[in-house]
Design a protein around this ligand. Structure first.
Ligand code: ADP
Ligand code: MG
Length: 706
């Protein structure tokens, strides 16, 4: 194989090969054509693929990549049947590692559409453009030369197919509406984007600026699933990774757990990196989940199989969709067992929280008779791996005992389960009626203001620190604002009070329109609450001489919120009643409840800090204020009685629990270390909110000397 960035030369297949391959039509609809084009771009080693569509692809289908390009001298034959750079002899067919193998796709497309290719290799000084019809170069306009024309262009290839099926009226009529075709296109792009985390995909309709699909190359598979299919599914995924040498195949999958279901199964199936369909695999998955989900409920499954190419019959159907393979039954059974195993284990290792949360503020009834936790002697927990236990297991045995485990497993805090813990804790909340567990379809945000704000976060990203956060191991909280984390062989001190504010800001932007809801047990009188905040500020001497009385300010803020109630409801899940009461807040992280002492101040700042006049200004400042409100800040200590003391202790414990189990896991998955947090420019990646304390290598040196 040649390296993906240097273009292999394109040769005609031997006639014998040609005869042995069943020729067939590949292109049935725009989405088929696009699939072939995407696979070509991936084969060319691209890391960016941009797709532009008009009228469901019937008018225009354009794909731009940054792959190795096509040589000038090959441009004459790329669209001929059976020209491929990927296969020479028939034997190669069984070992093909790339998507394409028959050199049919471009030829077929050029038979049913006007094709233009603009391409540039790294070695070439300029790009070349050529147009094709029926497999041959044709002049772009009558009277002009058909030869590829030099032009300006970036490295990579842009292929445009216009007026698809212009010469096949029956085919054209058979197609559904452009919007149906566009949905199929989005479906294909989504699948390839998930399967190719590491390649940035965008897909948009011509004439719109906002992309319908936009993924980034640094995103993980789960991030990409979140981006495209929404958090409600991304939060409930279990990885399954297995190898079966006897059957000569590997599997890698993400399957939804029992908390998630939809009306129709979503199955993203890839065999040897091709999106395919397999009725036997589909049936198997239905079977696995039948025992797990209620009737009519279906899972989300992304499954990638790598099967020894010798055992796969890729040539079975020209569209290469329904695939068959050797030992199909055994392979399917093996996958089934792996899924079953994973799903069962996920169910038996849940951890539940049995503590009352902020009594009186949120609508959570007292926990009912909960079984007592199994006691685990501390000396039995041996720390063999930094990821297995966290500091608090050793320091404060009362903390884990607040939670109870439904298994006899001794390492309930192991890292792999942290997500499960958080999820099941929310389920516990759900089952107590705090949040109605309705699954809403995710709303795709198209507001340019929000998209731009998201872009700004990304633009100022310090990728090294983002990576550090996403791969960290939580060690323990030092105090109410600082915690220790480990990354590779270094120990870092994180100011999570500061970092969590940025985290919540990003969550507001990313989950915009799609928040869950935190219902307040008693609607809060906005005016009265703002007055409280003003008084508190006055006592601290923080307020300058007022032009207006406290009363007037409070009323003005309440009025503003009432007049913006519709917007607050639609975008931020904040319900404001006509008489100036706040009934709900957005849920930024599942199960996370901000310190409610901060609510009055939050409401006051909505009046003083938020720009209510412009769209972008409003979203940005409101997102900032939500972040200030939600960021980690310990509860206030009030009163001296023993009861006050117990309440405070409970709230404080809850606070640290949330930091460890909700905030830090989110740093792994939802956090971009943006430049806003400030950098010191130090090589070690140390900034205001994270400081490197020690690294193992240096520590070893010290110990050697002792
Ligand atoms: P196949 O992919 O089966 O080889 P195609 O008709 O899809 O056949 O493509 C023909 C040839 O054109 C490919 O083998 C490849 O060399 C070249 N080609 C097509 N698309 C691209 C692209 N996006 N970047 C670079 N080369 C490409
Ligand atoms: Mg191809």
């Amino acid at each position: 194989m040649t390296s993906p960035k240097s273009p292999p030369t394109i040769k005609r297949l031997e006639q014998t090969v040609v005869n042995r391959i069943a020729a067939g039509e590949i292109i049935h609809r725009p989405a088929n054509a696009l699939k072939e084009l995407i696979e070509n771009s991936l084969d060319a080693g691209s890391t960016q693929i941009q797709i532009l569509v008009k009228d469901g692809g019937l008018k225009l289908l354009q794909i731009q990549d940054n792959g190795h390009g096509i040589r000038r001298e090959d441009m004459g034959i790329v669209c001929e049947r059976f020209t491929t750079s990927k296969l020479r002899k028939f034997d190669d067919l069984s070992q093909i590692a790339t998507h394409g193998f028959r050199g049919e796709a471009l030829a077929s497309i050029s038979h049913v559409a006007h094709v233009t290719i603009t391409t540039k290799t790294a070695e070439s000084k300029c790009a070349f453009r050529a147009t094709y019809s029926d497999g041959k170069l044709v002049p772009p306009r009558p009277g002009q030369s058909a030869d590829p024309k030099p032009c300006a262009g970036n490295d990579g290839t842009q292929i445009t197919a216009e007026d698809l099926f212009y010469n096949v009226p029956t085919r054209r009529k058979a197609l559904k509406s452009p919007s149906e075709e566009y949905n199929r296109i989005l479906d294909i792009v989504s699948r390839y984007a998930v399967h190719n985390a590491g390649v940035a995909f965008t897909c948009r309709k011509q004439g719109t600026t906002a992309a319908d699909i936009q993924t980034i190359s640094s995103a993980s598979t789960v991030d990409t699933i979140r981006q495209i299919y929404g958090s409600s599914v991304a939060n409930e995924l279990l990885p399954v990774e297995r190898e079966f040498p006897e059957l000569e195949f590997k599997m890698s999958a993400y399957v939804s757990n029992a908390n998630y279901s939809t009306k129709r199964m979503t199955l993203l199936l890839f065999i040897n990196n091709r999106a395919v369909e397999s009725s036997s695999i589909k049936k198997m998955i239905e079977g696995v989940y039948a025992a797990l989900l209620p009737k009519g409920a279906h899972p989300f499954v992304y499954l990638s199989l790598e099967i020894n190419p010798r055992n796969v019959d890729v040539n079975v159907h020209p569209t290469k969709r329904e695939v068959h393979f050797l030992n199909e039954e055994h392979v399917v059974n093996a996958v089934s067992d792996a899924f079953q195993n994973r799903l069962e284990n996920a169910n038996t290792s849940r951890t539940f929280l049995t503590q009352t949360l902020l009594p009186g503020v949120l609508d959570i009834p007292e926990p009912s008779s909960a079984p007592k936790p199994a006691k685990v002697a501390v000396y039995n927990t041996v720390r063999t791996d930094g990821r297995l236990n966290t500091l608090d297991t050793f320091l404060d045995p009362s903390v884990p005992s607040k939670r109870l485990q439904s298994t006899s497993s001794t390492d309930g805090t192991n890292n792999g389960q942290e997500q499960d813990d958080a999820v099941s804790q929310v389920d516990e909340l759900n089952s107590r009626g705090m949040t109605p567990k309705v699954k809403r379809p995710r709303i795709e945000v198209r507001l340019t203001s929000v998209l731009n704000l998201r872009k700004e976060v990304k633009r100022s990203e310090h990728t090294g620190i983002t990576a550090l956060f996403s791969n960290h191991t939580f060690v323990g909280c030092v105090d109410d604002a600082l915690a220790l984390i480990q990354h590779e062989r270094s120990l870092y001190l994180v100011n999570y009070a500061v970092a969590s504010e940025e985290l919540f800001y990003q969550v507001v932007l990313n989950e915009f329109c799609n928040f869950g809801r935190l219902n307040l047990s008693e609607p809060v009188d906005i005016r009265a609450s703002v007055l409280l905040a003003i008084e508190a500020e006055e006592r601290k001497g923080n307020l300058p001489d007022q032009l207006r009385s406290a009363d007037e300010i409070a009323k003005a803020i309440s009025d503003t919120m009432v007049s913006r109630a519709e917007m607050l409801e639609e975008y931020f899940c904040m319900t404001v009643t006509e008489d100036g009461h706040l009934k709900s807040l957005p849920m930024l992280l599942r199960g996370y409840i901000p310190t409610m002492d901060k609510l009055p101040m939050f409401l006051l700042r909505l009046g003083t800090e938020v720009d209510w006049e412009t769209e972008r200004g409003c979203f940005e400042t409101l997102a900032r204020e939500l972040a200030v409100f939600f960021c980690a800040e310990p509860p206030l200590k009030v009163g001296e009685t023993e009861e006050d003391e117990t309440l405070y202790k409970e709230q404080h414990e809850r606070y640290l629990w949330q930091v460890q189990h909700l905030i830090f896991p989110s740093f792994k998955t939802h956090f971009v270390a943006s430049g806003r947090l400030g950098k010191s420019g130090d090589e070690s990646g140390t900034t205001k909110f994270i400081t490197q304390l020690a690294n193992l290598a240096d520590l070893y040196k010290i110990f050697e000397r002792c």
